[in-house]
Design a protein around this ligand. Structure first.
Ligand code: ADP
Length: 400
């Protein structure tokens, strides 16, 4: 099938057209700075890369540009060759546990959930609506970042606050990066030859980072919570914090909710500790030159990862493998070495040379717990889930 995958941000549109049979992207594109007079547009189809600047008024114009690029690069002959569009949606609340066909009701639900994800859900709705207008007869499907974590049990997803707040406002842990965790966990299970029964911990370490405990293919806990601010220390996000700190800051610095949100989401994390950069590459360089705060930020990152890994091993009663993915996970041997060092006591034996080379398996052959480096591919996962849903529906219709 030919599945178009869309990731709509507030001022950007990323897209890929997949040939799902071969599992490859035929074309990928990135439209930046939507709404501004000069908008950067990049298309990549195999070795052919093209970059232009033009004005793109809104998401509908961006989608039209994306569709035109598919025709211009002749990856499809006509728009009717697109079998479906899969949309990444960040927050699906408690409503969506898997890929879902877009209906008016689904759109209304995602709109309602924008209260929980004000920066993400509105542009995603704009992207979906633009596709519905540009491709009225093509099925539109959403795949939510939260969906994979809907299997987390209540004793793990609830916070220790009055239960009524959950009933009334749905305040609970939702978790994010679910599509990535699901994809790399399944790849890991396949590599281990343990597709059905396994205990795997997936570490998605990018600018935003989260960890997930995956038991037998199901998420049983994850480090992000009600919002993506919780859990690990991230590029610019604080991660886990004593809530009393927030209350203290409100009183001490007289911050309003928006200011405080900016402080914790954009000025904290590795950037806040190092007072230098949110980028691990910059921090490594500075640490090598003796910058103590850059070193501290990196130590804090590895320490927090190890803390979560330890706790997830316990709740799963074991661990077959730990998986590293995303920008840091796939490219930073030093962070992996530090995390794996914490796990030596439990039977993880790192192979330093394989780790330095970013190989797929970075532990020694006899290591009781394996450490794996698996590049994530959220877009491919969205394409596969979209295809799976269409096939199910077609088979369902045939049976009837
Ligand atoms: P995002 O959450 O924005 O998708 P990424 O997955 O691209 O983030 O990860 C960004 C992080 O990965 C940065 O901290 C960066 O330092 C780190 N990183 C380290 N090495 C590389 C590399 N070779 N390529 C990309 N990112 C890298």
């Amino acid at each position: 099938m030919r599945i178009l995958v869309l990731n709509s941000g507030s001022s950007s549109l990323k897209y890929k057209l997949f040939d799902t049979k071969r599992g490859v992207a035929l074309l990928s594109g990135h439209v930046d700075a939507i709404g501004l007079p000069r908008c950067n547009v990049t298309f990549t189809a195999g070795a052919n890369k093209q970059t232009t600047t033009c004005a793109v008024k809104d998401h509908l114009a961006a989608v039209k540009l994306a569709l035109q690029s598919l025709l211009d690069f002749t990856v499809i002959a006509r728009l009717a060759d697109i079998d479906a569009v899969g949309h990444r949606v960040v927050h699906g609340g408690e409503y969506y546990t898997g890929p879902t066909r877009v209906t008016k009701r689904v759109l209304a639900t995602i709109k309602r959930l924008a209260e929980f994800a004000p920066l993400h859900n509105p542009p995603e709705i704009a992207g979906i609506k633009a596709c519905m207008r540009a491709l009225p007869s093509v099925p539109q499907v959403i795949v939510c970042d939260t969906a994979f974590h809907q299997t987390i049990p209540d004793h793990a997803f609830l916070y220790g606050i009055p239960y009524g707040l959950y009933k009334k406002y749905r305040i609970r842990k939702y978790g994010f990066h679910g599509t990535s965790h699901k994809y790399v966990a399944r790849e890991a299970a396949r590599m281990l030859g343990k597709e059905k029964s396994h205990e795997i911990i997936t570490c998605h370490l990018g600018n935003g980072s989260s960890i997930c405990a995956v038991k037998d293919g199901r998420s049983v806990d994850t480090s992000m919570g009600f919002s993506p601010l919780d859990g690990l220390i991230m590029g610019t996000r604080s991660g886990e914090l004593d809530p009393e700190v927030v209350l203290y800051l409100i009183k001490k610095k007289h911050m309003d909710p928006d200011e405080l949100s900016g402080y914790l989401n954009k000025q904290s994390g590795l950037k806040g500790i190092s007072n230098l950069s949110s980028d691990v590459r910059d921090l490594k360089e500075a640490a090598a030159k003796g910058n103590a705060h850059a070193r501290l930020a990196l130590d804090m990152l590895a320490y927090r990862i190890a803390q979560y890994v330890g706790s997830y091993m316990t709740i799963m009663h074991g661990l077959d493998a730990i998986v590293f993915t995303a920008g840091i996970g796939e490219n930073e041997p030093d962070i992996r070495r530090k995390v794996c060092g914490y796990l030596a006591f439990a039977g993880l034996t790192l192979d330093p040379a394989k780790n330095r080379r970013n190989e797929r398996v970075i532990t020694r052959p006899g290591s009781r717990i394996k450490a794996l480096v698996i590049p994530t591919n959220e877009e491919l996962e969205i394409a596969k889930e979209t295809e799976g849903l269409l096939r199910e529906r077609r088979q369902g219709r045939k049976k009837r």
